[in-house]
Design a protein around this ligand. Sequence first.
Ligand SMILES: C[S@@+](CC[C@H](N)C(=O)[O-])C[C@H]1O[C@@H](n2cnc3c(N)ncnc32)[C@H](O)[C@@H]1O
Length: 232
Amino acid sequence: MSEHGHHHSHHYDLSKRHYWQRVDETSDNNFYHDPRLVVHVDEHFIATLGLYFTEHLLPHATLLDLMSSYKTHLPADYKRGRVVGLGLNAVELQSNAQLDEFIIHDLNQHPTLPYPDATFDVVLNTVSIQYLIHPLEVFREVGRVLKPGGSHIVSFSNRMFPTKAVQIWRELSELERVVLVKQYFTEAGLFEPPEEFEEIDHQHHSGGFLALLYGSKDPVYIVSAKKLSRNG
Ligand SMILES: C[S@@+](CC[C@H](N)C(=O)[O-])C[C@H]1O[C@@H](n2cnc3c(N)ncnc32)[C@H](O)[C@@H]1O
């Protein structure tokens, strides 16, 4: 995890067991038991993600929102098809007005997704990827439930519940986390080469000095890839 060199050259050995340790190893159901009817990122993040969705989501797509909660952050004018949420807290998921249905499912206990092959056009994972202790299994499952050519869109910022994030995430810089998520896609073996999108306002990066004076903007990182088509 060197700070030197071009970050694209990194490759992490995901078989290292300590990478997947968390400060709080109790069941995720405990931590997420009480509903948090809050947004976990700022308006700038949500607006930027919304623009990305506007550009990348076809109307009426069949959509799975993994690690879903109270908001799916689809733009208000997006023409929704069937939208399915998967998460841990029923009160949060019931309050999410953009979901047609939801299930409670712990991806760290059961990385298997309870859907048939080629069910979804799009699978989202919004500001939660840092909590997965079996990311490759989950990415392979995402590949399985996506239709060929369908896409997985993973977004994150620089916030987290630190006791629930895996150790590798806590050790990496923000740009190294982009590399890590790209590696999840690549090692899963079911996706086209991932693409990255970043919008970082360095002056107003949350935590920075000017941000303290003028208010911060959460940085936006999005990594996405299409499922390989059968002949791809
Ligand atoms: C920071 S919140 C983000 C929620 C939502 N995606 C959003 O954009 O607001 C993290 C979410 O991950 C979910 N989560 C955490 N661990 C999980 C697990 N093991 N299986 C499934 N969902 C999990 C929690 O229920 C929580 O709602």
